[in-house]
Structures are given as structure tokens and as C-alpha cells.
Design a protein around this ligand. Structure first.
Ligand SMILES: [Zn+2]
Ligand SMILES: [Zn+2]
Length: 372
């Protein structure tokens, strides 16, 4: 048992509050991590808002980074003293996991949203509110790293070389790999092709940097915030359009030989934008939906239109990445100057979480990272 602090959601809709908690010892498949930093992602907020069901009180956070303090008896991936980034969890046993594509894991929802620690204890709490016997639920994306310490399941842990800037690299665990994976793992655009990215958050920038890394000829960004469009242009995007522009579709067509783009990455999850993403691609083109509109959303197109245009609509979670392989690849791109994470992050101490949240919601900061 370890006494520590975590940003706890006491109940549905409650604010994130730094609370004392008592954390259990690791299960055989878990790693106790002293958290250095954790990126803040919209998926943390949709738990607060109840878009996906969750037990409360709970700890969230799924872009953690830190140092391993101890490991459960079955853990082989890391040992105490190792520095790690945390990503998403998987069962490690199903056909998808054993073929190295854990984003397809049959247990993805249980392991990442269902707070399942392992098959023997199931969705058990990870500790209690200090001085009480009120259970606290963790294991969000196998980690719940908005805390000074967390119990991470082994499959979510990626060992990295010591001495790196862990706070800077933390957002690789979800947002950035989701966007980069859409381009590098799924679309794989040719240099001669065109990619439109809707929504310049961490996912969108991950997609833009990946497309530029592949030397894609036409990289178009669409966002409501001028400073974000300017930032993408300064990184090498070829066109930037205001999402509110009445000539948006025409402008995208004009930039793509009049045919529309070959690929679109949709990172907003906003219904109107989903429709634009569909309409802006050319025949035989492909949209990959990374932004999550929440349960109950419907496709923004007519199947007959889809058949006759030979267009493809794909969903994608976590960039179809295998984190222990893909995250080091992104770190290498960063080291070579192709993945300028520092241009979108701002650090906030855990005590200033409310400011971090406000800065994210107002659009002022693209990726707040919470320091513990
Ligand atoms: Zn699996
Ligand atoms: Zn996320």
C-alpha cells in the first residue's frame, strides 16, 4: 500500500480534484510507476461528462510518463529504475495482439475503458480515498496516470532510454500516435498525393507531421483557430483553411486538381466536419475517422453515394499502433526534427490543473501536460 495523490473525479460531472489516495500493491501483471507527467486528452474529459460509462470515484489520464518503482511477479517488459511512457492496454493474447496489432484487441474496450486490471481480479479498484474505505477506480487505458503514482498494466508500458524529457514525450502515448498512425500505419500516402487534416489538436498535428515526413505534396489543414493554422503552415503544410469558410469545399478542390483530396484525417468528431471530410475527398479516396463523436453517431454519407464514388470511410483507434514499436519510431522522428512536439505542449504543475483544463478548453493550449 502506498499513500500518494491523484486527480480524482468523485462523481459524474464533478471537477478533477487533487486528493490523497492509498494505492494497492501491483497485481502480477502491473507496474508501479512514479509519474513524472501526464498529457491531458479529450478522452479524459468525456469520462467526466459521462459519454462513456465509468465507475466513480476514479482516476483518469492516459498519456503518462515516469519511472518504474516496482513490478508485479509476472512482469518481464521492465524493471525498477526503468523510465517509461504509458500508452493503451491490450490483452496480449488474442489474435490481434499476437500478430502485433493490439489496437484491434478483442478486449480493447474492457482494458481501456472498463478498468479491467487482469482476468483474475477483473475491474477491481486500485485503492481507496485516504483515511476511508471508499474505493478508487484506476486502470484507465491500463494506467490512470493523472496521479503522482499509478499502477500500470504491463501491456501499456513502453520502456524508453533514460534521461529523456519525459514530460515532452508523454503525449506520444495517445493523441500524437493516433494522428501519426492514421497516416503512417493506415493511409500510407504516396509523395504525389494529397491529405486534408480536420482539427489541429494533438491528433491533427500528429497526422500533419507524419504526412510532411512522408513528403506528401499537398497537405491541407482545416481548423477554426488562426494561430493553429499558422503553426501548421510554419511546419510545412501547403494550405490552411478556416473551417467556417463558406468556400471551404471549393478551396480544397482547387488545391487538389479540382478532384478533391485523396485522403482526409478527421480529428474533430464534429458531425458537420465529418460531412465535410466525406465531401472533400475524390472518388476512390479515403477518410479516416479518428475524432470520436460519442455513441449514437451515424455515418455522414449515403451508402449509394459511397458505392458509386468508390470512397472508403475507416474508423481508427490509437493509430493501429503497436506502442513498443511505434512510439520509439516517433521518438526517432522527433530526434531528427520531423515531429516538433515542443511546439504544441505547455506544462502545468498538478496544483494548477484547473488552469490547464481552461487553457485546453479555450483553445489557447493545444496539449497541456500535467507535471507531478
Ligand atoms: Zn488482445
Ligand atoms: Zn487520448
Amino acid at each position: 500500500m502506498l499513500q500518494t495523490q491523484a486527480l480524482v473525479l468523485q462523481e459524474l460531472g464533478a471537477p478533477f480534484k487533487l486528493c490523497d489516495i492509498e494505492l494497492q500493491d501491483p497485481q502480477p501483471n502491473e507496474v508501479l510507476v512514479k509519474v513524472t507527467a501526464c498529457g491531458l486528452c479529450h478522452t479524459d474529459l468525456i469520462i467526466q461528462a459521462g459519454v462513456f460509462p465509468s465507475p466513480f470515484p476514479c482516476v483518469n489520464g492516459h498519456e503518462g510518463a515516469g519511472t518504474v518503482l516496482s513490478v508485479g511477479s509476472a512482469v518481464t517488459r521492465v524493471q525498477p529504475g526503468d523510465e517509461v511512457l504509458l500508452s493503451y492496454a491490450n490483452c496480449a493474447e488474442c489474435g490481434y495482439c499476437t500478430m502485433g496489432r493490439p489496437a484491434g484487441c478483442v478486449g480493447f474496450m474492457d482494458r481501456n475503458f472498463g478498468r479491467v486490471r487482469n482476468p483474475s481480479v477483473g475491474a477491481a479498484p486500485v485503492g481507496t480515498l485516504a483515511g476511508t474505505d471508499i474505493p478508487v477506480h484506476g486502470t484507465f487505458f491500463g494506467q490512470s496516470a493523472l496521479a503522482r503514482h499509478c499502477l500500470a498494466v504491463e501491456t501499456s508500458v513502453v520502456k524508453v532510454p533514460k534521461g529523456l524529457d519525459l514530460a515532452l514525450l508523454a503525449p506520444l502515448g495517445c493523441g500524437l500516435q493516433s494522428g501519426a498512425g492514421a497516416v503512417l500505419n493506415m493511409l500510407k500516402p504516396a509523395e504525389s498525393s494529397s491529405v486534408v487534416v480536420f482539427g489541429l489538436g494533438a491528433v491533427g498535428f500528429g497526422a500533419v507531421w507524419a504526412a510532411l515526413y512522408l513528403k506528401v505534396k499537398t497537405v491541407i489543414v482545416v481548423d477554426l483557430v488562426p494561430s493553429r493554422r499558422d503553426l501548421a503552415l510554419s511546419h510545412g503544410a501547403t494550405h490552411a483553411f478556416d473551417g467556417r469558410s463558406p468556400t471551404l469545399l471549393h478551396d480544397i478542390q482547387h488545391a487538389t486538381e479540382g478532384l478533391g483530396a485523396e485522403y482526409a484525417v478527421e480529428a474533430t468528431g464534429v458531425e458537420r466536419v465529418l460531412r465535410t471530410a466525406w465531401e472533400c475527398i475524390r472518388n476512390l479516396g479515403r477518410v479516416v475517422s479518428v475524432g470520436n463523436p460519442g455513441p449514437g453517431s451515424r455515418t455522414p454519407f449515403d451508402i449509394t453515394d459511397q458505392v458509386n464514388s468508390s470512397k472508403t470511410w475507416s474508423g481508427l483507434v490509437e493509430g493501429d499502433s503497436n506502442p513498443p514499436v511505434f512510439i520509439p519510431q516517433l521518438m526517432q522522428m522527433h530526434a531528427e526534427g520531423h515531429f516538433p512536439i515542443e511546439s504544441i505542449v505547455r506544462n502545468f504543475p498538478a496544483e494548477e490543473f484547473d488552469q490547464a483544463l481552461a487553457a485546453m478548453k479555450s483553445g489557447e493550449v493545444i496539449k497541456p501536460v500535467i507535471l507531478f
